[in-house]
Ligand binder design. Sequence first.
Ligand code: AMP
Ligand code: ZN
Length: 139
Amino acid sequence: MKKDDCIFCRIAAGEIPSNTIYEDGEFRVILDLAPASKGHALILPKEHYADIYEIDEETAGKAMKLAKRMTTHMTKALACDGFNILQNNHEVAGQTVFHFHIHLIPRYQNAKNNDILMWSHETFTEEEMAQIRDSLKVK
Ligand code: AMP
Ligand code: ZN
């Protein structure tokens, strides 16, 4: 289902122009408007899913397969030195456009902003780690 007030639905459908680098029946891959690096791209499903919670497993799997293909292709084309694949869900996690998308972020050894994805670390006691592990075990 397409959502009329969703910018990524409209871009994915081709109603709003974008710098498209790949398109098939289910996905469009576009260059990010405010790139973190040269070649930063976004995989957009053509159907509207707000986030990882809404998207079905099959489509999520296809999106990840496409991420693998695009990463291989883009690494060759850009001669980049590494790659981040990133996907944000909900505002607290940095999501700003509420249509599921996967970031493809090429990384370069000599880039000026190589700390773009650095995070600080939290520490937990062994006991806390055991509690976390137990609460997260998939049964
Ligand atoms: P996120 O913060 O994970 O929701 O990512 C949204 C991304 O979409 C950001 O990196 C924005 O720069 C990018 N973005 C927003 N609007 C557009 C647009 N019209 N065309 C291309 N990229 C966009
Ligand atoms: Zn949408």
